[in-house]
Design a protein around this ligand. Structure first.
Ligand code: UDP
Ligand code: LCN
Length: 791
């Protein structure tokens, strides 16, 4: 960056940064720097600055910290590509610094001091990963398995080790004591190659449709056990894949071969917090998409597991257990039942285990997801015991969900030595501005110090991570990804992370969820529609005020702007009501329907929800919206909600998701699958789900007036071009059908589990150091923090 050497740039930098360094504020975001640059161009009356190298460099500044006379900057040239520098305001030349110096300076802000803090623990995981392969290209982020397959090929190519590795790996498989794949007649890689030749020769004389049981005797004599295929055709194909790999491995073949190995019979899915049930729970505090996701995931996984096992020659029913928390005071839900079969599956159950206090007494009431930490260790031990009993042995895969589930998955997987998959759903860190830096201010309410510590541990122990979008890992050009935000951060007075997670780690894979196609389908599929529910839907939408609702439409013919979410602050539903209240023009175009929380705050046990309920009432009263807004504080059954989306589409309505941040946004794909034109936040998953102007629209929740004008423009445009609504509706349908699909999801997850299972096997010894380091971090940092959370 030679431009720094030139006088005119140094002068410009001085003029741009001077007001930042001299002012009241210490912390600036990218948007502040961009605004300041815009102002500078106006002040100098020179728009040509915008085409300079300086402009593009400034646009990469992610944050700035000013403490007179210094300005420290973080420049993010792309995902995971961080540089740190500082300027003395009198010497406008950058001095490149290391992350540690930057963080020490940043810590001065909340601590309000002029000097660096005394000794603070520095967490650095990078040295442990020195020997591990990493992606290099930003475009490969989230496609870890493809990279790993190539890497595995190289490893297998190193002949001696490679053959030995495959040979050993095929020997470890068994099901309830019965060996699978190979028996003790095959005692070396050389014998394996010989056995393959013999088996191929023998099978080529057998009918392709003959089954395993018909050829079993001879194959067993040669050294093979069940697992190669149900029919001779399939067995030959699997043997052929292995022969090819032993000869000259190729990534696609390695993946296809590993995908066939019968490794996954029993899966544990851990999701402790919230109300985990199959009806009457959605919309309750902390109970939303994660529950929907897991229940749909289980159905799809069971199908996929059965299919794979069947094709490999087994008539075994796979077992899936979803482990959640048992809540004795469960209201009208089933969350007080220990065991509940999962609908739509043959063999999957919800297993509920209570939280207990130090004396072992069961905790009876619901606990916010921010306060579960003191209970998790004990919970994990009980989970381990119950899983072993339920499965009659170890599970083959443990999937953690959200910070608490991932920590429990870590504890159980480490003890049982089982492959661990992590799914974040939503990492809280990026949802709250400066959540790490000002952790002390937020800790009484959110206990972020404990949560972020748990996140760091679980992310690093997980064998692989599944995300719903690319942005979840690595953000986009200008915004930081949820996982990326754990690369480095400071929690002043507690510890400082200089290398927490690397978004180029091949453990990350994007595997997007879908929306249950039997529930969320296009409004045009009339023969499938649940028209019998329309009477109920009409009284929900057009009924009068009741203890569960507020508002009654005066004009029933207007289209409906629909929104539905948990009544969390982040969901920002109250702002949508406020924007609507402030715009008589929008009120002229459409009515607003809100399904969220409770109308009566007495019915809520969650402080944040109660505050939001208060705000809702305030805006409805202030803007006199009772004849234009209908608010239902009711939790709709899935099928009723599905038909409601379509009912609103019938009437030319739209769906709006105004969240300040949305990690993924299942309501967005549900609405789109129904054919509803959808307007959703540009912060988080919806930015990637929706292509703006094609399959829906992005809205910026920080600019309410712009949201309102976008909605008005849409209704206006639909009036002058009646086909426009249809065009966006079709765009939405095409988008979700091509991208968000549970069948594809299950297929990927099952393949990943095998590839990463093999990788774990191949590298296990090299991970011992990391494990020990993380155990120490758990013992010395996490445990004392968790113990301090009130319980
Ligand atoms: N939901 C519902 N009733 C409500 C609120 C939400 O059925 O009152 C469902 C909604 O249909 C979706 C899920 O809960 O399936 C919410 O998932 P999303 O990913 O949109 O948000 P989350 O609640 O997980 O943050
Ligand atoms: C949690 C969230 O906050 C949503 O954005 C996701 O859609 C949901 O989990 C399912 O992953």
């Amino acid at each position: 960056m030679n431009f720094f050497q030139e006088d005119r740039y140094q002068k410009a930098l001085y003029l741009i940064f001077r007001p930042l360094v001299g002012g009241e504020r210490n912390l600036f975001l990218r948007s502040d720097v961009c605004d300041r640059f815009e102002q500078f161009c106006q002040e100098t009356l020179e728009d040509s600055w915008k085409d300079t190298e300086l402009a593009s460099w400034l646009s990469n500044i992610q944050e700035a910290i000013a403490i007179d006379p210094w300005l420290y900057l973080v420049v993010r040239a792309g995902p995971g590509d961080w540089q740190f520098c500082r300027f003395h305001i009198d010497v406008m030349k950058p001095e490149w610094i290391d992350i540690n110096t930057f963080l020490r300076f940043k810590e001065r802000v909340p601590e309000k001091t002029q000097k660096d803090s005394d000794w603070v623990l520095e967490v650095d995981l990078a040295p442990f990963y020195r020997e591990f392969p990493k992606l290099t290209e930003p475009r490969s982020i989230g496609r870890g398995v493809e990279f790993l397959n190539r890497h595995l090929c190289n490893q297998l190519l190193s002949k001696k080790d490679g053959d030995e590795l495959i040979f050993q790996f095929l020997h470890v498989h068994q099901y309830q004591g019965q060996p699978l794949m190979l028996n003790d007649r095959v005692i070396s890689p050389r014998k394996l190659r010989e056995a393959l030749r013999q088996a191929e020769k023998y099978l080529s004389s057998q009918p392709l449709t003959a089954t395993w049981s018909q050829v079993y005797h001879r194959l067993q004599e040669i050294g093979f056990e069940p697992g190669w295929g149900r029919t001779v055709e399939r067995i030959l194909d699997t043997l052929g894949l292995l022969s090819d790999i032993l000869q000259a491995p190729e990534p696609g073949q390695v993946e296809r071969f590993l995908a066939r190995i019968p490794m996954i019979f029993k899966v544990a899915i851990i999701s402790p917090h919230g109300y985990f049930g199959q009806s009457g729970v959605l919309g309750l505090p902390d109970t939303g998409g994660q529950v929907v996701y897991i229940l749909d995931q289980v159905q799809a996984l069971e199908k996929e597991m059965r299919q794979r096992l069947y094709e490999q020659g087994f008539d075994i029913f796979p077992k899936i257990v979803v482990v959640s928390r048992l809540i004795p005071d469960a209201g009208n839900t089933t969350c007080d039942e220990c065991l509940e079969p999962i609908k739509g599956t043959d063999n999957a159950v919800i297993l509920r285990i209570p939280f207990r206090d130090e004396q072992g007494r069961v905790i009876p009431h619901w606990i916010s997801r921010f306060a579960v930490w003191p209970y998790l260790e004990r919970f994990a031990l009980e989970v381990e015991k119950e899983l072993l009993a339920h499965f009659g042995g170890r599970p083959d895969l443990i999937i953690g969900n959200y910070s608490d589930g991932n920590l429990v998955a870590t504890l159980v997987s480490q003890r049982l030595k089982v492959t661990q998959c992590a799914i974040a759903h939503a990492l809280e860190k990026t949802k709250y501005l400066y959540s790490a830096l000002f952790w002390k201010n937020l800790d009484a309410q959110y206990h972020f110090a404990t949560q972020f510590t748990a996140d760091l541990i679980a992310m690093n122990t997980a064998d692989f991570v599944i995300t719903s979008t690319h942005q979840e890992i690595a953000g986009n050009l200008h915004s930081v990804g949820q996982y990326e935000s754990y690369s480095w951060f400071a929690m002043p007075g507690l510890y400082r992370v200089v290398n927490g997670i690397n978004v180029y780690d091949p453990k990350f894979n994007i595997v997007s969820p879908g929306a249950d196609e039997t529930v969320y389908f296009p409004y045009t599929q009339t023969e499938q529609r649940l028209t019998a529910l329309h009477g109920e839907i009409e009284s929900l939408v057009f009924g009068g005020a009741s203890p569960e609702s507020r508002g009654e439409y005066r004009d029933r013919d207007k289209p409906i702007i629909f929104t539905m979410a948990r009544l969390d602050r982040i969901k920002n539903i109250t702002s949508l009501v406020e924007w609507y209240g402030q715009s008589p023009a929008l009120q002229n175009w459409a009515n607003l329907l809100v399904i969220a929380g409770h109308v009566d705050s007495e019915r809520s046990t969650d402080e944040e929800e109660r505050q939001q309920i208060g705000k809702m009432h305030e805006w409805l009263t202030h803007y006199q919206l009772d004849e234009k807004v209908r608010w239902l504080g009711k939790h709709l059954e899935k099928r009723l909600a599905g038909e409601l989306y379509r009912y609103i589409a019938d009437k030319g309505g739209i769906f709006v998701q105004p969240a300040l941040f949305e990690a993924f946004g299942l309501t967005v794909i549900e609405a789109m699958s129904s054919g509803l034109p959808t307007f959703a936040t540009c912060y988080g998953g919806p930015l990637e789900i929706i292509q703006d102007g094609i399959s829906g629209f992005h809205i910026d929740p920080n600019h309410g007036e712009k949201v309102t004008s976008r909605l008005i423009e849409f209704f206006e445009h639909c009036q002058s071009h009646p086909e426009y609504w249809q065009q966006i509706s079709n765009g939405a349908l095409q988008r979700v059908q091509s991208r968000y699909n549970w069948r594809l999801y299950a297929e990927r997850l099952m393949t990943l589990s095998r590839v990463y299972g093999f990788w774990k096997y191949a590298t296990n010894l090299e991970r011992a150091e990391t494990q020990r380091y993380l155990e120490m971090f758990y013992g010395l940092m996490y445990r004392p923090l968790a113990a301090k959370v009130p319980h």
